[in-house]
Ligand binder design. Structure first.
Ligand SMILES: [Zn+2]
Ligand SMILES: [Zn+2]
Length: 204
């Protein structure tokens, strides 16, 4: 990856968003930026891109997903990202207009150094990452950020993605019972009135 000031700025902003400085979120930023470059696309300001993070749930590497979201603009809020439960630090990034996909994964090269670091030893003792001294957080950030790309990333061939894309349903309406704004696709009809799911008595 190019070691530009712009990329470094994105990294620092990503870490601010994430809440602490850790190796997995840096890996996410690097993988996200490498995927953008390989597809020759910009960060997704709208929903032009779709990401699949293979991270899964309930383990210490999920921080990876925040780095990916920040770098690619594929975010859980916009809904153009989803998790695949493989427990891997890997991203599949798709440009929707051309249905081209690239998969980028993180190599185990640095894991011995990471495991033996002061940061990870303290994490192992249950210390919260944002309570670990800044220099010890930055040691791992710099390790992952400064590693040569070929040492830490595997970038696959660009391939065709066989998926289909459905348009977003725009618009909200107040529920006829509670008055709260509800997205159209989530309104249900009860006694000829459009109501939200909790007011409808239905499960979904
Ligand atoms: Zn983290
Ligand atoms: Zn309601």
């Amino acid at each position: 990856m190019e070691r530009t000031m712009e990329n470094k700025e994105i990294l620092m902003d990503a870490l601010k968003f994430h809440g602490h400085r850790c190796w997995a979120s840096v890996a996410g930023v690097r993988i996200g930026q490498a995927a953008l470059r390989t597809l020759a696309v910009k960060r997704s300001g709208g929903t032009q891109l779709y990401g699949i993070v293979e991270i899964g749930e309930a383990h210490g590497g999920m921080c990876f997903g925040d780095g990916v979201q920040y770098a690619t603009g594929c975010t859980f809020g916009k809904g153009n990202i989803r998790k695949e439960p493989y427990g891997k630090l890997a991203l599949q990034l798709i440009e929707k207009a051309t249905n081209r996909l690239v998969r980028v994964s993180y190599k185990p090269t640095l894991q011995k150094k990471i495991t033996e670091s002061a940061f990870m030893r303290k994490r192992g003792m249950g210390v919260m990452p944002d309570e670990i001294p800044l220099e010890e957080q930055m040691e791992l950030v710099d390790l992952v950020w400064n590693a040569p790309e070929a040492d830490i990333l595997t970038i696959g061939e660009v391939q065709a993605y066989p998926g289909e894309w459905f348009p977003e349903v725009m618009g909200f309406k107040p529920c006829a019972v509670c008055g709260e704004l509800t997205a159209h696709a989530y309104l249900r009809v009860v006694n000829d009135k459009q109501v939200c799911i909790p007011c409808s008595g239905y499960d979904r």
